[in-house]
Design a protein around this ligand. Structure first.
Ligand code: FES
Length: 211
């Protein structure tokens, strides 16, 4: 049987570079794939002066292709300016790996999206986002698609864990379908607040539990 992965994919999968977490990162993201439900987290340290990526690490809860892509894109991104790192594409990553089976394209997209979101998170936290889209319910829901529901491994929107959202005068309210004393309640609350408070026009985030 012919193995579907290139030697390079296997090598990066067996010895992934830049795996782990950065404590107090300047930017971070968690991305989930709608195609398979897997997840990747990306952490950044940014040199503020030169706006270059000093360090980048990732944690993957995905398959071999995802791990190999995470390994390759973090190698590509390290030392690059934020602008250049944003332009790294999944195609580039896949070429770098000697190709991925087409059915695995979403795995490298997931890793690349993770890197871009971590850069975006850094930019938002440092007031560097120039196109200032007003925060609407649509924006809130889009953001919440990046918060995982630990009960299922899929995001809180897809799994209907978020019952309602509203935005008024910079105050975002999110109603979560869990009792407040649920074992995951405070973790989910923390994740939601973190995702929304970085938005430029959000003053406060309120989480309401159903009981
Ligand atoms: Fe889910 Fe590859 S199958 S990341």
């Amino acid at each position: 049987m012919k193995f579907p992965y290139s030697e390079k994919v296997l090598e990066h999968f067996r010895h992934p570079r830049n795996v782990g977490k950065i404590e107090n990162p300047d930017g971070k993201s968690i991305e989930g794939s709608p195609a398979c439900g897997d997840m990747v987290a990306v952490y950044l340290k940014v040199d503020q002066e030169s706006q270059t990526i000093e360090d980048v690490k990732f944690e993957s809860y995905g398959c071999a292709s995802n791990i190999a892509t995470g390994s390759v894109i973090t190698e590509l991104a390290k030392g690059k300016s934020l602008e250049d790192a944003k332009n790294i594409t999944w195609k580039q990553a896949s070429e770098e790996l000697g190709g991925l089976p087409p059915i695995k394209a979403h795995c490298s997209v997931l890793a690349v999206e993770g890197l871009r979101s971590a850069i975006r998170d850094y930019e938002e936290r440092h007031g560097l986002v120039t196109e200032k889209e007003p925060t609407t319910m649509e924006v809130v829901r889009r953001r919440l698609k990046h918060v995982m529901n630990p009960l299922t491994g899929l995001d809180v929107i897809r799994t209907d864990l978020v019952l309602k959202t509203s935005v008024e005068d910079g105050v975002v309210r999110v109603v979560v379908d869990l009792p407040s004393d649920h074992q995951f309640a405070s973790a989910i609350k923390g994740d939601i607040v973190e995702k929304l408070e970085a938005l430029w026009d959000v003053k406060r985030v309120e989480i309401v539990f159903t009981e």
